[in-house]
Design a protein around this ligand. Structure first.
Ligand code: NI
Length: 177
């Protein structure tokens, strides 16, 4: 699948709930997984492939031989830490750059799997917690740029435009996400 690049307006839409009885979702999720791995990402949200449904795929296992794709339908942050953490973050839809983004130190996320069963990520922190927050943002039309303060955002947009002009492609960042 082709990855939608910022500033495509598709990335700013709020996605509709995914219906777990929709038989087409398994195929979609598997295609999203392939696209994510091919571009060296550890997470991908449906709007990034042009589908405005609340579906994300993640794999935050660092080791290549332990690939395990996780599919979340309608993920919701139901609890989060008091403290926040700032860390450099990348996005397959914003190739060639990484920006320091402030996130909750941990989040508890509820979602459905492809069989409609409830799954819970209890106090997910580190890369997983960050990835979940980043991908759930995509479902609400929020990209990394919206997470930056207005002044930092202007510089970030300029930096991104320069990266695009250099020919940056999805996955061209040391912090894939
Ligand atoms: Ni992203």
């Amino acid at each position: 699948m082709k990855i939608v690049l910022s500033p495509d307006p598709t990335l700013r839409q709020v996605c509709s709930p995914a219906d777990p009885t929709d038989k087409g979702l398994k195929h979609l999720a598997s295609q999203m997984g392939k696209t994510m791995y091919k571009n060296n990402g550890c997470g991908l949200a449906a709007p990034q492939v042009g589908v405005l449904k609340r579906i994300i795929v993640i794999d935050c296992n660092a080791e290549e031989d332990k690939k395990h794709l996780e599919v979340l339908l309608n993920p919701v942050i139901v609890a989060h830490s008091d403290e926040t953490v700032e860390c450099d973050e990348g996005c397959l839809s914003v190739p060639g750059v990484a920006f320091p983004i402030t996130r909750w130190a941990w989040v508890t996320v509820e979602a459905l799997d492809l069989d409609g069963q409830e799954i819970v990520y209890e106090k997910a922190d580190g890369l997983l917690g960050r990835c979940l927050q980043h991908e759930i943002d995509h479902l609400d039309g929020i990209t990394m740029f919206e997470r930056l303060d207005p002044f930092t955002r202007m510089g970030a947009i300029r930096e991104y435009q320069e990266a695009l002009a250099r020919g940056a492609k999805p996955g061209d960042t040391s912090v894939p996400e």
